[in-house]
Design a protein around this ligand. Sequence first.
Ligand SMILES: [Zn+2]
Length: 147
Amino acid sequence: MHEMSITQAMLDLALGHAQGQRITDIHLQVGMMSFVVPECVEFYFEYLSQGTLAEGAKLHFETLPIEITCLDCGRQADLSDWADDPPRAIMVEALARGCRCGSKNLRLTGGTGFDMISLEVEVQEARGRMQEARGKKQEKKRRTSDD
Ligand SMILES: [Zn+2]
């Protein structure tokens, strides 16, 4: 359930930054070791943002790989190649294997966070144009389903 409080904090931060403008997009970075599930954040966001200026905003998630740093030689290993394995298994194996220099003095230095990187707000003048674009998209969808 910790996604709910995380989502609430992210929403509060976004609304604070938007300064009364309607939010259309929120860009987020999720570390592979953060244990934050994007689907859960999206679910809670839809619920929590109701009636706020962020209602209907699209969430964009970027996954950050796990990064391990050797405290003896300073080498950083990015574990993105193993992205299909469960994060815990990746960590355990990497730490057991140790660094190329032979050291087992390793520290997790990346991929643990959940951060809001940027957000997009609706610009007053662009509102009409955006609605027009949305109308066109729906029209296109309807046409495709007719085929
Ligand atoms: Zn090393």
